[in-house]
Design a protein around this ligand. Sequence first.
Ligand code: DC
Length: 222
Amino acid sequence: MQVAIDGPAGAGKSTISRAVAKELGFLYIDTGAVYRAIGYKAGRLGIADEDEIVRMTQKTELTIELQGGDQHILLDGEDVTDRIRTPEVSMAASRVSAIAGVRSALVELQRRIAGKSNVIMDGRDIGTVVLKDAEVKIFLTASCEVRAKRRFDEMLEKGQDADFESVLKDMQERDYNDSHRAASPLKKAEDAILCDTTDKTLEESVKMLKDYIEREFEKYVC
Ligand code: DC
């Protein structure tokens, strides 16, 4: 069984997907981490040329591992799980993810992981490209201001320096980049349902998705 969850940054995809996957006993895969790892490596090596970034991606060894139920990402054998969660890496990930050669190099890896068990996979092109045949497809969204506020609160909670206006500006820029790129832009798959979490708490959103996924699965079990 495959569940594809797509949507813009900050819609709550990873928090909600992780919670629903836990309740249903599914594997949860956050595909943003692979783009973040490539963006991080390009920045660390100071590579800006697109062809060079594609060559670098093809030569990069990326592994997704589960450690105590949490996803860890290994970049050429080095665990970079925490280091890829900075605003700089978010922007770098958005930039490298617009390069078609980078995307094609990473799609196979994502499909291989999804083939291993019942999975909930989140990203931007899961329902439209990576898992086109997923049994359940959800497009999760919320207003840009609410998404920026959630990200801002999250940063404060982690004790990070944060300024709401710049979080909002980054969010708008990423939304624009992710949905206007030529290669697999962020968009709702025709057969996905739209879930708007603007006015919902985390608990309400988790319940809404879990109930929907269970109802959909009943159709396949019969
Ligand atoms: O979900 P995230 O914020 O960690 O993703 C980081 C960037 O990676 C995001 O700006 C767009 C890109 N991305 C993508 O293009 N396709 C995916 N399946 C997942 C993420």
